[in-house]
Design a protein around this ligand. Structure first.
Ligand code: 5GP
Length: 191
């Protein structure tokens, strides 16, 4: 199979990485397709099964682990498991496309270590932890308890930024989007 590239976007929850990833997916010249992860949490808001995530039970998730079908998986938050299936990468590469991932920092670094040549790992940095909190509250899709859980994790995640190939500061969304586009364009063009 012809291998495409792997574009990993990782960041603490609320950093704006999902918005950046969606923007990149709209740029046809980048030839990207979104890697749909498996998740054991409930769908939020407008999320659609098979589009945003494959929402599966913990029982099903365990079967995938046992069968070694994940490229990487992680208990991102207590009792919330997320994972990237090998079949997902193969499905997208078989179409001649590049794969873009919106995954947590540990998963992102694991993909990089498994596919060092093919991967560009980008860390999206929020202006501050206070700003993250504000954005998560504004999104109002989660309880205060869940928001606090995400903030606690953000401190640990921010410390991993230097391990990524590139860091984008998301202080101004339009600037961050343009910077992300340039990085991906350059990487897939092989410069
Ligand atoms: P959310 O519940 O907000 O959709 O996602 C929580 C976190 O899990 C986010 O940082 C998201 O990027 C990450 N995530 C989503 N899919 C995967 C995956 O397949 N593997 C890993 N390691 N993290 C993921």
């Amino acid at each position: 199979m012809n291998k495409g590239k792997l574009l990993v976007f990782s960041a603490p929850s609320g950093s704006g990485k999902t918005t950046i990833v969606r923007h990149l997916l709209e740029q046809e010249d980048l030839n990207l397709e979104f890697s749909i992860s498996c998740a054991t949490r409930e769908p939020r808001g407008q999320e659609v099964d098979g589009k945003d995530y494959y929402f599966i039970s913990w029982e099903e998730f365990k079967k995938h682990i046992k069968a070694e079908e994940f490229v990487e998986w992680e208990e991102v938050y207590t009792n919330n498991y997320y994972g990237t299936l090998k079949s997902e990468v193969e499905r997208i590469w078989a179409k001649g496309k590049n794969v873009i991932f919106d995954i947590d920092v540990s998963g992102g670094l694991r993909i990089k270590s498994k596919f060092p040549q093919e991967t560009l790992a980008v860390f999206v940095k929020p202006p501050s932890v206070d700003e993250l909190k504000r954005r998560l509250k504004q999104r109002s899709t989660e309880s205060d308890e869940k928001i606090n859980m995400r903030i606690a994790k953000a401190h640990v995640e921010l410390a991993t930024a230097p391990q990524f190939d590139k860091i984008i500061k998301n202080y101004d969304l339009d600037v961050a989007k343009a910077e992300a586009y340039d990085l991906v364009k350059e990487f897939i063009s092989g410069f």
